[in-house]
Design a protein around this ligand. Structure first.
Ligand code: ASP
Length: 442
């Protein structure tokens, strides 16, 4: 029989009304056997996510400040759902236990994880599915790194004995039995872990948008939904700032070649976006799949005559960055110049120190640091071996009279990254969208 793992985000489980939609979706397909919920999210724009309330409540508790009032508000979020769904479920013992654990400073991660734990309890009861505490099947090592292989074994064996189950997202346990969470948005990762372990036919990730958009809707009006994106393309897009799915959620399913389908709980008939290893047949003819970008980069440019003949120049330069714990993004270079693009926030207040160390290590003619760079990634599997993509990209920027400060195309040809001044960022993203998506065949 088919197996689908379904993960529901916070806004999909923020109220009883949303729970009803979720139950209807699950009941509509018997393959939807394993359910991973987030904690209740926002019910309206100014609302607060339960996870944020828990962090705040624990902050008070850990400082020995009164936290009762906030704790009651959190409790009320759940009680309201239970009441409105008319469930015969008493979570008083759970709340009592959580409150005591807060008093005994059980840890910030423990506190945050209770959001999904309690939501999982309610959802399991509502659906009539088994509840499995993620702390018993998802593990981290002593360093707090997710222990993928042992987790995979344990989840697989455990779920073999449950036809239907709810597994709360976002957390697992450490070797000393304390709770550890993934980073924010981490329920996506739990869904992916469960999908891999159960060799699911599909991992459906239900949220409040109808899929992944070609560009950021805050920049481009009404951008198209991406129908099909490969894992590799998605990785490029998420890395460059596109959000919807947690960046790390791709890894477990990618290993197993399982497709992810991003769906909208509020519009369940929309097909959403399919994230695949390799597309079966290409229906759409658009050259690019998506555009993403970020501001906040800096360039360190180093000049030295005959740099090209100096063995070990690049290594010495990168060693300086390594010493300061800095990752570099790009390394465009010429014969006598080398530039390194890095995140401005990593530079922090170390700029002068780094520059003087680079002078010492490289003895260059000059070093120049410029801040205020934005990077834009244009990603698309169909760009590979397609002539003219870079030309159209340049032309789009030129039409906006924007100077391109950097260009980098990886050997995979899957993406082209350009660097522009931060103030030109939005303009260029819109121009690229226009060029490739509004007039795709131009
Ligand atoms: N509830 C957690 C968060 O708000 C995890 C999640 O929703 O995926 O980050």
């Amino acid at each position: 029989m088919k197996t689908k793992v379904v993960k529901f985000g916070g806004s999909s489980l923020a109220s009883a009304e949303q729970f009803q939609k979720v139950a209807a979706i699950i009941k509509a397909d018997t393959a939807r056997r394993y359910v991973v919920p987030s904690a209740p999210g926002k019910r309206f724009d100014d609302d607060t996510k339960v996870t944020d309330m828990l962090y705040q409540c624990y902050r008070l508790a850990s400082k020995g400040l009164p936290f009762e009032e906030l704790f009651e508000q959190i409790k009320e979020r759940y009680l309201e759902i239970i009441r409105d769904l008319k469930l015969d479920l008493d979570l008083e013992d759970e709340f009592r236990h959580i409150r005591t654990s807060f008093e005994h400073k059980a840890g910030r991660d423990y506190a945050a994880s209770r959001g999904e734990y309690l939501n999982g309890k309610i959802l399991a009861h509502y659906l009539g599915f088994d509840f499995i505490d993620a702390a018993e099947i998802i593990f981290f090592d002593e360093q707090g790194i997710f222990a993928s292989e042992i987790t995979n074994e344990v989840v697989k064996n455990c779920l073999n004995n449950h036809h239907n189950a709810v597994i709360p997202g976002f957390y697992g346990s450490m070797p000393n039995d304390t709770i550890k969470t993934f980073s924010r948005g981490g329920s996506d990762i739990t869904g992916s872990i469960v999908a891999r372990a159960t060799s699911a036919d599909l991992y459906e990730n239900w949220t409040d948008v109808s899929g992944f958009l070609v560009a950021d809707p805050r920049i481009v009006d009404n951008p198209d939904v991406i129908n099909v994106v490969t894992y590799r393309e998605l990785r490029e897009l998420s890395y460059m700032g596109a959000t919807v799915l947690h960046e790390d959620a791709i890894f477990p399913v990618r290993k197993a070649g399982i497709t992810i389908n991003i769906r909208n709980t509020n519009h369940p008939d929309d097909p959403g976006t399919f994230i695949v290893a390799r597309p079966d047949h290409e229906k759409h003819r658009k050259i690019i799949t998506g555009i993403a970008g970020k501001k906040g980069f800096s360039v360190i440019s180093i000049e030295k005559d005959r740099m090209n003949q100096e063995i070990g120049f690049g290594r010495r330069m990168l060693e300086v960055l390594e010493k300061h714990n800095i990752c570099f993004e790009h390394l465009p270079s010429g014969i006598d110049t080398m530039s390194v693009v890095l995140s401005t926030s990593d530079l922090k207040d170390q700029e002068n120190q780094i520059v003087s160390e680079l002078y010492r290590a490289l003895n260059p003619d000059s070093i120049d640091v410029e801040r205020g760079l934005a990077l834009i990634a244009v990603v698309g599997r169909r760009m590979i071996a397609t002539p003219g993509v870079a030309a159209r990209l340049m032309a789009a920027a030129a039409r906006e009279k924007v100077n391109i400060r950097m260009i980098d195309q990886g050997s995979s040809e899957l993406n082209i990254i350009i660097g522009v001044n931060e103030e030109d960022f939005e303009k260029v993203v819109r121009a690229i969208y226009e060029e490739f998506c509004v007039h795709p065949e131009a």
